[in-house]
Design a protein around this ligand. Structure first.
Ligand code: FAD
Ligand code: NAP
Length: 335
């Protein structure tokens, strides 16, 4: 049976640690609970909450907050080429990665230690160290809030893009992802394109799923702020993908800017570089700051409100636009 809590603080339900209140927080353990919730409570609007690691709350939440806590990891198919695994939306993402590494299913080891739930992984097509989750998603199962029906989309129908998908665009706020099917190749090639990962893996001998996972965990622990110490939601901004003309203009002043090829003859440049050059790296205003080791990350140093963080982000955005002519977009979901 689902659980319902009223007038509850969401502080411990979001990694920014913003203490807004929700009128109703409902936790669903399975799809039967979902049916009951929509029959019994008949909510007008719903906000879906996973681990709260990619969310910024800017005020109390009037809508019903629904946390899908659907558990379970199961092998559902296997042939000579692929192994198919279904994972419940409420599983902790990194627990699932650990399960795959321990069972020798290669693919998502580069996505080790990303916070949050498995159900949110397709939302922004989580990515790190040269791997995007879309490469291994076979199918996404979800509940459609308006149609009140269960549906599925094949991976190729999910409109996955750079930190984006149909769930973050057309279907945003309209569906609850209940489980995700992954397909892992029996013969897997390691992805060691990011030099920091390769260097660390090489130090420990021949690459393996475990050595890659360990290297990534070490790098992330040394570089990223721990949300239990400093509230944050990872990268606040997306890396811009720009055209050649724009790149040339920036390179005229900053020839050292790192550049990576992107699909469609475009170029990805690190937003962190632009933010640093605009003078924001390590800067702090009151309770909000731009993290000293990674300028893409905004940090709640105390009791910052969501609006204080958003205002700080807007100033960075304005400065980057004035200096480089590039409009940064937010990666974090703002409510
Ligand atoms: P939430 O923050 O709870 O939700 C995010 C969005 O998804 C919201 O719009 C929410 O409504 C929606 N949502 C959540 N669950 C569901 C569901 N079951 N059905 C429908 N909608 C849903 N991201 C990366 O891509 N790569 C990284 O390397 C990375 N590193 C990070 C490091 C740190 C320290 C932190 C704090 C964050 C990082 N992130 C990274 C961002 C974040 O962890 C991921 O985006 C993660 O997938 C969010 O999962 P969540 O369960 O916390 O989602
Ligand atoms: P980094 O290694 O210092 O690199 C800076 C940026 O350059 C990254 O954003 C990355 O883009 C890009 N990059 C580096 N090497 C690349 C290569 N060989 N090919 C293509 N692009 C390359 O970055 P970092 O901050 O330490 O983060 C490491 C990884 O973890 C990155 O993949 C990053 O996306 C991920 N991460 C994400 C979040 C989040 O909240 N989204 C938070 C922390 C870390 P990409 O970002 O496109 O990979």
């Amino acid at each position: 049976m689902y659980s319902l809590q009223k007038n509850i603080s969401l502080k411990r339900f979001n990694t920014f640690g913003i203490g807004v209140r929700a009128k109703r927080l409902v936790i669903a353990e399975n799809t039967h609970d979902l049916d009951l919730i929509f029959n019994d409570l008949n909510p007008e609007k719903v906000l879906i909450l996973g681990g709260g690691s990619n969310i910024l709350f800017t005020g109390d939440v009037e809508d019903m907050v629904l946390k899908p806590s659907i558990k379970g990891i199961k092998e559902i198919g296997r042939d000579n080429q692929n192994i198919c695994i279904r994972v419940g939306a409420g599983e902790v993402w990194d627990g699932f990665v650990a399960y795959c590494v321990n069972n020798d299913y290669g693919g998502i080891e580069n996505l080790s230690l990303i916070p949050g739930s498995a159900g949110a992984a397709p939302m922004q097509n989580i990515g790190a160290y040269g791997v995007e989750v879309k490469e291994y998603i076979e199918e996404v199962e979800f509940y459609h809030l308006e149609k009140r029906s269960y549906e599925t989309l094949k991976g190729e129908e999910c409109e996955f893009g750079y930190r984006s998908s149909i769930f973050k665009t057309k279907l945003k706020g309209k569906i609850v992802i209940t489980s995700v099917h992954f397909s892992f190749p029996v013969k897997h090639e390691f992805n060691l394109h990011y030099s920091s990962v390769k260097e660390l893996v090489d130090k420990t001998g021949p690459a393996s799923l475990k050595s890659i996972r360990n290297a990534i965990i070490n790098i992330r622990n040394s570089k990223l702020p721990d949300p239990s110490m400093f509230g944050n939601a990872g990268s606040f901004f997306k890396n811009p993908v720009i055209e050649h003309d724009m790149l040339e203009r920036i390179q005229a002043t900053f020839p050292e800017i790192p550049v990576y090829p992107a699909p469609g003859n475009l170029y990805k440049i690190p937003a962190a570089f632009l933010i640093e050059k605009a003078g924001w790296k390590g800067k702090r205003e009151g309770n909000v700051g731009c993290y000293k080791n990674q300028s893409l990350i905004l940090v709640n140093y105390g009791n910052a409100t969501g609006n204080e963080i958003l205002e700080f982000a807007k100033k960075i955005k304005t400065d980057v636009e004035n200096q480089f002519g590039i409009k940064l977009s937010y990666e974090v979901n703002i409510f």
